[in-house]
Design a protein around this ligand. Sequence first.
Ligand SMILES: *Cc1c(COP(=O)(O)O)cnc(C)c1O
Length: 469
Amino acid sequence: MQAAPMRALENIIPRVMLVDCARAAVDAQRKRILAGEADAVDADAILTAACNSALAALRPSLRRVINATGVVIHTNLGRSVLADAAVQAVVEAARGYSTLEYSVANMARGSRHAHVEHLICTLTGAEAAIAVNNNAAAVMMVLAEFAAGHEAIVSRGELVEIGGSFRVPDIMAQSNARMVEVGATNKTHPSDYERALTPDTAMLLKVHPSNYRMIGFTESVSKADLRRIADSENARRRAAGLDVADVLVYEDQGSGALMHLDVFGEYAEPTVRESLQGGCDLVSFSGDKLLGGPQAGIVVGKKEYIDRLKKHPLARAMRLDKMTLAALEATLRLYLDPEAALREIPTLRMLTEDAAVVRERAEALMHAMRKRVSPRQAHLSIVEETGRAGGGSLPMCDIDTYCVRVEFKCGNAQACEEHLQREREVPVISRIKRECVLFDARTIVDDDIAEIVDAVGSYFDSLASAKEA
Ligand SMILES: *Cc1c(COP(=O)(O)O)cnc(C)c1O
């Protein structure tokens, strides 16, 4: 057996890993012989298989990909891409010691919350804020602190599932809040909430239908109405001398829009500031959806309530690490200048970029591809498509976009997509429509173009060499 390739790999791959790969390759060959699929020991094949799996094992599992799907907030691909300033801040925080829980001003222990709280308050008009691991954690914590063992009233139209693993009824059960469902799927009226109030009601919960919209014969109760209902119940309790906590109005707002995105017109997501002004005591949202920052969950609202959340054991269990805090702080700082936010936060830039600019990028990609792919291999064209924001945001907004369409003269779309994802150091994620592969220019950057072209070119090369062999 020619073991030189293995020996060369020994310099870059830990020996234990090489031995494992060699054993697995021998085992696989033995099984094939026993199953009658091979009749002799093929040493070269074993060696090649062992080297390939050793090289594959060298690749990190969490890798960069190119998102050519056009879905800007793609949960499977990591939701928001961080702004350069946020990336820099992460590197700084990771590379050395930091003021994570230390105040140089006081020369003493400081608060982890301090780094982002003031910024969040400035940007949303809130009295106080706390950031935890993600919005699911934030919802869980709010329910556990204010509604555990009590009743929380929620409309049947808002018992939503967001992504496979976040369901409002399940989170409520987990937090020990007693869910009181009111209204019908399509319509809930203020009187539905009023009738459901008892002395044990702790909360009126509103859940933003992030990833869908109900249209037609529908009605939901506004935040202002919920505020009014809570206020009159609280006044009644005081007048009756009841010794129970106030009913809170809490909105799980989801997307975390800090700016109004005019391009989306009537379907633009309400901002966090609007939710607070609408009368919510507490509002929670994600850090990595429309906000465009790292994975995080932020709760804003009245100081007395946020102070209680800061002391909750879940706040400790779900606290942010220094790298996330650094990214969040840097992202929030960009919002202090709304133009800088639109320009530098990739999620906002991609969502609001003019379709004409997207078209130019699509054309640049097509022209570069024409130099690598011949008309006998594929027909390339630019097509107009409508995209979606993704990540449970802006579900009604059609986002005009442009794609490069590859129509196959040899090979086919499925095989090409497989090559782009499985055979490349930087996988390219595209989509297939009517036997063509589409590369959406809205979610790629100019620096991705060479890589996409090389990926498609190498697919056609692989067809040619398969034919020769
Ligand atoms: C996305 C979303 C969640 C879950 O947030 P994560 O940050 O993904 O944990 C919860 N509620 C609403 C309304 C959402 O849109």
